[in-house]
Design a binder for this molecule. Structure first.
Ligand SMILES: Nc1nc2c(ncn2[C@@H]2O[C@H](COP(=O)(O)OP(=O)(O)OP(=O)(O)O)[C@@H](O)[C@H]2O)c(=O)[nH]1
Ligand SMILES: [Mg+2]
Length: 196
């Protein structure tokens, strides 16, 4: 389903013009939740998005052009990483908030969370933001390979309570297991109105 993926543009500071693409799927989540890994995996690419050894590596909003412009992934800087300096944190916060308030176009948001973690205040704030702005979202519970099936299922149930969504709005994912890809592709098709 994803045949082609390429880096399109990075938004590094507030003076930059924000692109106005249709069909943008935002990828948000805490630092280290697996956003960049998810993008690489779903695009079948090893090094499209940078996966750092230390959290807090994605420091800009990065647009990836998928299938020659059929849609875009927008990789957000991860929030909530404690060891980043206050100054850096403030810079990211401002970058995220102001691009959002400047009316950046987002068709759908994937909120990524390590399935073993309880949602942080920042996760819930992000979700509220999307609700407030009428942007539909899907929760992606990452690193599914790290738990047994029963533990994973239990966590999915708890996450659906925490995020106040039905379990069908939570998708497990693992970059180590290709079985999860198909359901994400289906989800993307339905987001793009390509159901048949
Ligand atoms: N076992 C396992 N590890 C994963 C999976 N997804 C991501 N990881 C690991 O989790 C770590 C963080 O992944 P990233 O993709 O860099 O996370 P990120 O959300 O982009 O982080 P920031 O850029 O800091 O916001 C890396 O060491 C990845 O290899 C997964 O499905 N399974
Ligand atoms: Mg990243």
């Amino acid at each position: 389903m994803i045949k082609n993926a390429e880096y399109e543009i990075g938004i590094f500071d507030l003076n930059q013009e924000i692109p106005n693409y249709d069909n943008v799927i935002a990828i948000v989540g805490k630092s280290n939740s697996g956003k960049s890994s998810f993008i690489n995996s779903i695009c079948n690419r090893k090094n499209l998005a940078y996966v750092g050894k230390t959290p807090g590596k994605t420091r800009a909003l990065i647009y990836y052009k998928i299938n020659k412009g059929e849609f875009y992934f927008l990789d957000f800087p991860g929030y909530g990483y404690a060891e980043v300096s206050e100054k850096e944190k403030k810079k990211w916060g401002t970058l995220i908030e102001s691009t959002l308030s400047k009316g950046i176009k987002i068709k759908h948001a994937f909120i990524l969370i390590d399935h073993r973690r309880t949602p942080s205040e920042d996760d819930i704030m992000m979700q509220r933001y999307f609700v407030y702005h009428n942007i539909p979202f899907t929760i992606i519970a990452t690193k599914a390979d790290k738990s047994s099936k029963s533990v994973l299922n239990n966590r999915l149930r708890l996450l659906s309570n925490d995020f106040f969504v039905g379990k069908d709005n939570i998708y497990p994912y693992s970059i180590l297991d290709n079985r999860y890809k198909e359901s994400i592709y289906k989800r993307i098709n339905s987001i793009l109105g390509k159901d048949e």
